[in-house]
Design a protein around this ligand. Structure first.
Ligand code: ZN
Ligand code: ZN
Length: 385
């Protein structure tokens, strides 16, 4: 049995009797928290320091936590402070919400549900939120889903987020949690009370996207494909049968369909030289390159460089651009925003507005896939992404 399948079991059966499935997410993962204030919003909580009986936490009693000499100092209202190596603020009813503010900054307050574990790890505090899977999914859709408000669009996003969660649930297992809350995994800024997003998560509950061999797909998505999605091997080394090029007529009038960037000619030449190009008797017109359809590589004579490399090096919106020499400048005229692989969010928003269902949207962008209950997912043979 593979490691990922074991972890799916772990997720589903974690804390049996509380909720059907929970996920462990490291929160404020990239913020280096050194102090925090936790306040109960509703529900019932207790503080467990694994040393004696847990202490009940009242709704008006913030829990103040701070790093102190490599341990966690805890201060509850009307109590002396004490230090521990780790603690858990545990939600007891199954519908428990709290806010968490770090480093004394009001802007860093976020809202979570479930329980929170805190450990001191060298010079930072590691906070792990143990959260209901569907509440987590709704939270990620709010953060990553963009401005789309149609229910079928939001359901398509929930399917992507849930598929990612189960495919990558072992990503941080060595650290003691499933996923982190920044874009290394999926951006999760806490739970949402947005009823439409919550409905999208619940209406797709347990549903994931499987490839024709019943494994969880790489649920890649991007903002706008520019009218044509990219095959995965243009962007990553591995090609996947369900990540084929799709001609997308839906996104071409959307906000991120086009972009333009002007670069001084000397700067462009300097960049190409740094990339290994050795000019020999070429004119600036030789730099011209038209991408009406996606190409993998930009070519000048025998020199070539992947468009994706240029995109990353120059921080461009997409790798789908044409190059033209105009006077003393090079003008890049681009299409789309993002890597172009998988679902195009702005296209999916237009599809939903035109009456397509979430499964039709998914099957438009991913070839030969099945949308079904996660229990039918087969373990991955090996991680390929
Ligand atoms: Zn991560
Ligand atoms: Zn598109």
């Amino acid at each position: 049995m593979s490691k990922i399948f074991l972890n799916i079991l772990l997720l589903v059966f974690l804390l049996p009797g509380m909720t059907p499935a929970q996920v462990r997410v490291r929160v404020f993962a990239d913020r280096k928290p050194s102090s925090a204030s936790l306040s109960v919003i509703h529900g019932k909580f207790e503080l467990d320091t694994y040393d004696g009986s847990p202490v009940p936490i009242g709704s008006g009693d913030p829990v103040i936590l701070a790093l102190y000499e490599g341990r966690v100092a805890v201060k509850l209202r009307n109590s002396v402070s004490f230090t521990v190596d780790s603690l858990t603020v545990r939600g007891l009813t199954g519908n428990d919400h709290f806010s968490l503010r770090i480093n004394g900054s009001p802007g860093e307050r976020r809202y979570y549900s479930g329980s929170l574990k805190c450990i001191a790890d060298l010079r930072v505090m590691v906070f792990t939120n143990i959260c209901d899977v569907e509440e987590y999914i709704a939270g990620v859709v709010r953060t990553e889903g963009g401005p789309g408000r149609r229910i079928e669009y939001l359901k398509s996003q929930a399917l992507l987020v849930r598929t990612y969660l189960y495919r990558h649930s072992d990503r941080h297992m060595i650290d003691g949690y499933n996923l982190c809350d920044n874009t290394h995994c999926q951006a999760f800024n806490g739970v949402t009370s947005d009823s439409l997003i919550l409905r999208a998560a619940s209406e797709t509950s347990d549903q994931v996207i499987l490839s024709s061999d019943s494994t969880l797909i790489i649920s890649a998505f991007h903002s706008n494909c520019g009218g044509e999605t990219s095959t995965s091997d243009f962007v990553w080394l591995a090609g996947h049968s369900y990540l084929k090029k799709v001609i997308d007529p839906y996104c071409i009038k959307s906000p991120n369909a086009h972009w333009k960037k002007t670069i001084p000619l000397a700067e462009w030449e300097s960049y190409l030289k740094r990339s290994g190009y050795a000019p020999s008797g070429v004119t600036a017109r030789s730099y011209n390159f038209v991408q009406n359809t996606r190409h993998n590589e930009y070519r000048i004579g025998t020199f070539s460089i992947p468009f994706n490399t240029i995109r990353n090096d120059l921080n461009l919106k997409s790798s789908f651009f044409s190059v033209s020499h105009e006077g003393s400048s090079i003008v890049l005229r681009g299409r789309g925003y993002g890597h172009g692989v998988g679902l195009c969010q702005e296209g999916a928003m237009v599809m939903a507005a035109r009456g397509f269902k979430s499964d039709e949207i998914i099957k438009f962008y991913y070839s030969d896939v099945i949308i079904t209950d996660v229990k039918y997912a087969k373990p991955l043979k090996q991680e390929t992404y």
